[in-house]
Design a protein around this ligand. Structure first.
Ligand code: T5A
Length: 212
């Protein structure tokens, strides 16, 4: 059986992760691979319940509670869904993973990065992605996209979308810092381009991984 591969998509709000994760999994499936799409927070039944609390701006959450919730979500997600799928030889495409904790709770909220690395290791059971794609764009552009989507009524602003632009700029710096520190795993793609251009870049990096 072919070895499963773990691919994560990361980036600031509205950078196109959800859209690109679906396109990628569809293309892989069409090409004869078995691929699943999942996301954090969420991805399991427990995770969806955690996500509802985690994102609801009407629920007051201390930043430590916020951190521990997203780690609990990851612990369940990895053990219940991600690792079993990888062991079954599937390609797992995950919309956000541990680098989001580094970027949002570390660079955004200011938690100690070493502490976060240790907690991430516990939550993820040591499972690292084979490839992480950071979709990078100016936070204003991403937030504008999420606002446009909210205007069309599919969903309102969540806890993080309501944060100041300064918070999101720190988060963006966090993702870029992770990419700098781990170039063998993490690549950065300019997401401020057409959907098709971003899709083509992602596809070529994923093809490289699958050939390797
Ligand atoms: N979080 C998460 C933490 O704080 N810590 C953690 O450890 C984790 C795992 C999750 C929130 O939780 C936080 C981070 C997040 O704030 P979420 O609902 O999953 O919340 O939010 P996001 O992951 O940010 O998802 P979004 O839907 O807001 O953004 P996406 O997925 O990056 O963007 P997408 O694909 O939905 O696209 C947004 C809009 O832009 C359009 C799409 O059609 C859509 O309308 N679009 C484009 N428009 C123009 N050009 C392109 N190239 C486009 N690509 C997409």
């Amino acid at each position: 059986m072919a070895r499963g591969r773990f691919i994560t998509l990361e980036g600031v709000e509205g950078s196109g992760k959800t859209t690109q994760a679906a396109i990628l999994a569809q293309a892989l499936t069409k090409g004869g691979r078995t691929a699943i799409v999942t996301h954090e927070p969420g991805g399991t039944r427990a995770g969806e319940a955690i996500r509802a609390i985690f994102l609801d701006p009407a629920v007051s959450l201390d930043v430590a509670a916020e951190l521990l919730l997203v780690l609990a979500d990851r612990a369940q997600h990895v053990r219940e869904k991600v690792r079993p799928a990888l062991e079954a030889g599937k390609i797992v495409v995950c919309d956000r993973y541990s680098d989001s904790t580094t970027a949002y709770q570390g660079y955004g909220r200011g938690f100690d990065l070493k502490l976060l690395a240790d907690l991430n290791r516990l939550a993820s059971d040591g499972l690292q992605p084979d490839l992480t794609i950071v979709l990078d764009l100016a936070v204003e552009t991403g937030l504008e996209r999420t606002r446009a989507r909210a205007k069309h009524g599919s969903r309102g602003a969540d806890r993080f979308e309501g944060e100041r632009a300064e918070f999101h700029r720190k988060v963006r710096q966090g993702f870029l810092a992770v990419a700098c520190a781990e170039p063998a795993r993490v690549i950065v793609i300019n997401a401020d381009r057409s959907l098709e251009a971003v899709t083509a870049d992602i596809r070529s990096r994923v093809d490289e991984l699958l050939k390797g």
